[in-house]
Every structure is written in structure tokens, then in C-alpha cells.
Design a protein. Structure first.
Length: 334
């Protein structure tokens, strides 16, 4: 797939989403790329129910609610999304702009790139299993991109946090059978989710195995069964899919090989417009570095605003943007 846009935004967290709004005010189109399967970054994946207190105009707002509001705010500008894919390669075509290639081969061409990757590319924490790589994309999935993929299948989910329980609950009426494997006796999830899980277990829609560890993967070219070590000994279960949900680990990832100036796992920028050492590439939010940097969502919003003013000049061949107050013009009349 090849996508053309004015600005490619790497990272669909709050700063990346707000950058779409600022670009839209200047009539520039955006396409967002994120390795996570949903927009919102850390707010969606790590702490959706956590209250945030330092967003102007909101004495308190849940992280998930902030994401919902940001998505609603950018709806008029119709941005594109490539989710569940990691920005892997960068091709610099000079005056013609850039081309980003994801790990699944999607190509996004743009005049400007805005890196809004937060703490970096969130990659799944993988279980230490022999030959694990052989079964990745052949039965082992770290991200649920299409729940229908598991319809009528035997699946196993490993983990004891919110993500593991949420997907157990969601897939209970889709999969033929579900095993939930957790290494402890208690879950680290919302009480209401634990209660729902218990009801599903009583209804025999989910089989829960506690105090257990993944031991061995088996199958001929694709996953067919899983050996689990329990307190009573090892057992083998039939399963077509294993979904390990042990959390995410932030890494700068392939971006670190793009020729950008990196300082302690962050990208150095010029505070004039948050540009990097590569003309046409900017970095905003937690992923950038400059004297006095504060890793706050509020600061990222400010950085996105100034960055888009500079990006406009690149996309429009040096023309300066005409600044207009939305209180006067509204959104649809810009």
C-alpha cells in the first residue's frame, strides 16, 4: 500500500493527535503511524482510566476521555491512520520529500515528517520461550488487530493485567475456547474485569490456569499446542493462537538509525520550531530533547502548534501561513 499526504506523523498519542488539529487549521493533510493497534499512545494502552489534572480547562479528565475528545476534535480534518505497524525505514528523496516504510511494507510519502513517538515505539515484552520467533505471525500474536481472526479458534492468552482480562472478556463469544494463563494467583486488573472473568469461568467460556508458566510451543510450521508448567506438573493444551500480554517496553526503535541527533534516547531539536538536524523532520512531545524540556502533554501541544507553522512553509514553498483565531473563523470556515 502506498499513501500520499502532506505530513506523516509517527505516533498517534495525544501530541500526534493534536498536531493533526493544528495542521488542519492550515489546510494540511496528515497521516498517522503507530505500532499500537489503537490511537492514544500511553493514554490508551497503559493507563486509560488514570485521571489527568494538568490539561487546561479540565480540572480532571480520564486519559481515555482525553483521547476520545482529541479524536473528535480532528474529525473535520479526516486524517489517515496506519495502526499496528512500526515505522521501519526512512527514504529521503530530497526536494520531493520523504518516504516511510513500515515493517509490514506500507509506504507513506510526505513532504514533512513529525515524530511524536512519546517515549518511543512501544514493543511487547516477550516470554522467554525457545523457538518463539518461529511462531510469530504463525500463531503467536502480541497485538490483537482483528478479533474476527480468532472466531471459532482455540486460543490461549497469557498475562494478568487489564489487557489480558479485557481481551479474554471480549473474545469469549468469538473464540471456540479460551485459556487464560497467569503466573500468579491474583490479577492486576480492574475489579469489574476480574468479576466478569469469574462469571465467564463459571459459564465455562474461559478456562483460567493460575500459578502457571509458559513452557514450550509445539506445531509444524504453525502453532498447534502449548505446554504449560503448573504446580501439579506440566500440561499440554491444544491451541491455534497464543496471545502473550505482558505489557509494553518503550524503545526508540528503527528511528535511532535514521541519522537524527540522539541524546539519551531522545531527539535533539531546535526550540524555534522543534526541527531536527534533518530539514523537514520535526520531533514533538516526550521523544524530543532541548534545554529545560518538560515531559508534559501540555508542552507537547505547544510544540505541535509551533512546529506546524514551520511545516507550512516547507509544504507551501516558503509561503508564510496566515494566522487566524478560531474564535473568529470557527473550524469549517478556515
Amino acid at each position: 500500500m502506498e499513501i500520499h499526504t502532506d505530513i506523516a506523523i509517527i505516533g498517534a498519542g495525544p501530541c500526534g493527535l493534536f498536531a493533526v488539529f493544528e495542521a488542519g487549521l492550515l489546510k494540511m493533510k496528515c497521516h498517522l503511524i503507530d505500532y499500537l493497534p489503537v490511537a492514544g499512545g500511553q493514554l490508551s494502552e497503559i493507563y486509560p482510566k488514570k485521571p489527568i489534572y494538568d490539561i487546561p480547562g479540565y480540572p480532571e479528565v480520564l486519559a481515555s476521555e482525553l483521547v476520545s475528545n482529541l479524536l473528535k476534535q480532528i474529525e473535520p480534518f479526516n486524517p489517515g491512520f496506519t495502526l499496528g505497524e512500526r515505522a521501519e525505514y526512512l527514504l529521503n528523496h530530497g526536494s520531493e520529500g520523504f518516504e516511510i516504510v513500515t515493517h509490514l511494507g506500507t509506504r507513506i510519502k510526505s513532504k514533512v515528517i513529525a515524530i511524536a513517538g512519546g517515549l518511543g515505539c512501544f514493543e511487547p515484552r516477550k516470554p522467554e520461550l525457545e523457538h518463539l520467533e518461529d511462531y510469530e505471525n504463525h500463531g503467536v500474536d502480541y497485538i490483537v488487530k482483528d478479533p474476527e481472526k480468532y472466531r471459532g479458534k482455540h486460543i490461549a492468552i497469557a498475562g494478568g493485567g487489564d489487557s489480558a482480562l479485557d481481551w479474554c472478556i471480549y473474545l469469549a463469544d468469538i473464540a471456540a475456547s479460551i485459556y487464560l494463563i497467569h503466573r500468579r494467583s491474583e490479577f492486576r486488573a480492574a475489579p469489574e474485569s476480574v468479576e466478569k472473568l469469574k462469571k465467564l469461568e463459571q459459564a465455562k467460556k474461559v478456562k483460567v490456569i493460575l500459578n502457571a508458566e509458559l513452557e514450550t510451543l509445539k506445531g509444524n510450521q504453525k502453532l498447534e499446542s502449548l505446554v504449560i508448567h503448573t504446580e501439579q506438573g506440566s500440561i499440554e493444551i491444544e491451541t491455534s493462537y497464543l496471545i502473550p500480554l505482558f505489557g509494553l517496553s518503550p524503545k526508540l526503535g528503527p528511528i535511532s538509525d535514521w541519522g537524527l541527533h540522539i541524546n539519551k534516547n531522545a531527539i535533539d531539536v531546535n526550540t524555534l520550531d522543534y526541527s531536527t538536524n534533518i530539514p523537514g523532520i520535526y520531533a514533538i512531545g516526550d521523544i524530543n530533547n532541548y534545554p529545560g524540556k518538560l515531559k508534559l502533554i501540555l508542552c507537547g501541544f505547544h510544540e505541535a502548534t509551533l512546529m506546524m507553522q514551520s511545516a507550512y512553509k516547507i509544504i507551501n514553498e516558503g509561503k508564510k501561513p496566515s494566522f487566524k483565531y478560531t474564535t473568529v473563523t470557527g473550524i469549517n470556515n478556515l
